[in-house]
Design a protein. Structure first.
Length: 259
């Protein structure tokens, strides 16, 4: 998927409270776009938990963190990349799969320290995203990824939540951080509710409790839990799976009139 004209495509990041389904939604958005076969897609796992490769069925031999360590340990490697642009450097660790490419952040170099990896990831995303129609970033839980400025510009920030007050409060806090333009330039921000039973009634209740822009509701689809329990890539979920209906609608909302 390399060699596309240099342009800035659409960038979408998914975040939210831990366990709300960030990686599930990221994977299903990638699947929906890849199935169309008319988009060049960059998937970015910006979460140190490194879950996206498993749901995408992708083997990753080297992460951004690994690459940084190589540069530190090998002066020759540092000299080699001195005159290369960051896009060329990051392409060396991008994994190509049918329908999309994948870049993985990996774990930090020391407990609690993400600074150098964040810098590499930020420059990598900024440079690589110019070569793709859509970049989808599976971010970390909470507002940390925004506060650390791993992402400089987003066309859309999707905040995941379940229907619990704690999850919705976290979502509200993330949205408040995202709206501070001095931190990250965010075009649009919306909430996606996961595993919502009695959707219409609960959605009305959520809108009354909190002033949140709701982009969609994901049903509790047994395909998701089944694929997870069998250790099967969620990317292979059937095209007629119930959960894909709202995912396509969410993408239509974000990418229209592109999609």
């Amino acid at each position: 998927m390399k060699g596309y004209p240099r342009k800035r495509g659409k960038t979408i990041a998914v975040t939210g409270k831990g366990g709300t389904g960030k990686t599930v939604l990221s994977t299903l958005m990638i699947k929906c776009l890849a199935d169309r076969r008319n988009f060049s897609i960059l998937a970015v796992d910006a979460d140190s938990a490194r879950s996206l490769p498993y749901t995408l069925g992708a083997r990753v031999d080297k992460t951004v963190s690994d690459y940084r360590q190589d540069i530190i340990n090998n002066p020759g490697e540092k000299r080699r990349i001195t005159d290369l642009d960051m896009g060329s450097v990051m392409r060396e660790i991008v994994v190509s799969k049918p329908g999309f490419d994948l870049l993985v952040m990996g774990r930090p170099e020391a407990p609690g320290c993400f600074c150098a990896v964040n810098d590499l990831l930020r420059y990598g995303i900024e440079s690589l995203s110019l070569d793709y129609d859509v970049t989808i970033i599976d971010g970390e839980a909470g507002p940390e990824q925004i506060n650390r400025r791993v992402i400089q510009h987003l066309d859309a920030l999707v905040v995941m939540a379940d229907t619990s007050f704690r999850s919705l409060r976290t979502a509200s806090e993330i949205m408040a951080v995202a709206q501070k333009q001095d931190i990250v330039d965010v075009g649009r921000t919306g909430l996606v509710i996961n595993k919502c039973m009695g959707a219409d009634e609960r959605m009305d209740e959520i809108r009354k409790r909190m002033d949140l822009n709701v982009w969609g509701v994901l049903p509790d689809d047994e395909n998701v839990s089944s694929y997870d329990s069998l250790n099967k890539p969620l990317l292979d979920i059937p095209a007629d799976a119930l959960i894909l209906v709202p995912v396509r609608s969410i993408l239509q909302n974000i990418l229209d009139p592109v999609i």
